[in-house]
Ligand binder design. Sequence first.
Ligand code: SF4
Length: 403
Amino acid sequence: MSAENKLQFLIEDKLLDADLKRIAEKVLEEERISFEEGVILFEKGELGYLGTLANYIREKRHGDYTYFNRNFHIEPTNVCVYDCKFCSYSRLIKQRDEGWEMDVDGMMDIVRKYDDEPVTEVHITGGVVPKQNLEFYASFFRRSKEHRPDLHIKALTPVEYYYIFKKAKLSHYEGMKYMNEAGLDSMPGGGAEIFHPEIREQIAADKCNAEQWLDIHEQAHKLGMRSNATMLYGHIEGFHHRIDHMERLRQLQDKTGGFQAFIPLKFRNKDNQMSHVPEVSVIEDLRNYAISRIYMDNFDHIKAYWAMISRDTAQLSLAFGVDDIDGTLDDTTKIYSMAGSEEQNPAMSTQQLVELIRHVGRHPIERDTLYKVITDYKDVEFEGTVKPKYYPLPVLENNHTTN
Ligand code: SF4
């Protein structure tokens, strides 16, 4: 049965709750759902219902295409002037002996390690320290571009930029322009956490607030740069805080159109100040992906970081609105492993990523950062014997049928 037929079948179900029926009809008619309806989805939507709506939207936009890229991370430091309660990764300035702090030469050594590799993107994020200032990053961007102009630099979040620009006495626009001219190509989506002050002030009180985060993205979009947006969910927030977060992003996207992907990030509770807060279940992860796909109607892509939620859940997420599972990573990030992810050394070869996607019946597409197709892997055969590591999940077998 096609995704559209499944949705129509669901709408005709006489036992379906009236609110959920109205929302399903809106999805079929491509009408935007309201804030209140978003909250209703969290309160009443069970997994099968949400998956049907989200998969309909996902297949209408992307068919079976599932995107990934070839990238590596640089994390210049895990020392941080801030003290976010959920952070398992950073060390306070007074504990800096336990952390690491790179210089620009050290960052360039990492870039040079990939000279003969067909990677397309370097993703840079980490803590915030005074000496990694405007000139530090601008000089890295310049050197990286001189060395390898085609390597896309996706770097830092408004958390770093807000701190750096304030110290340099630059407006958000002036600062972003300076970074863009030095070589910055786009911005990842981190640092958003939960925008609503009721929650933000409890978990991330001292870093940039929602308005500052959104304004820095807006200035980047004005300069023609693209960016992503995240949401840290599954801790002390309520459902209305999640919808409030998505609503603020949806409004900015209406204004600028500069966001590419929305990336829900699961709160992990290992080794942080919120270790007493239990993690949500995989069912809640999938519900959250699906509602994100339904609510964020002006975002092209919903992305799941396989390194954060595990390979199995990443496969499942492809039936709940997700169309992008991020990159090969090459074991270059510690953010997920230090927070308690099942993936302690996150790296996948292109072949492994392609197989992971194929094994749930989707169509693997290697993209660049801006979603230009690099390689369509539909019919690509790999040399040598391919020993499957992941097997088709029976629950998904019917979910990718497009006839
Ligand atoms: S989440 Fe980011 S800003 Fe907050 S303490 Fe950790 S590294 Fe610093």
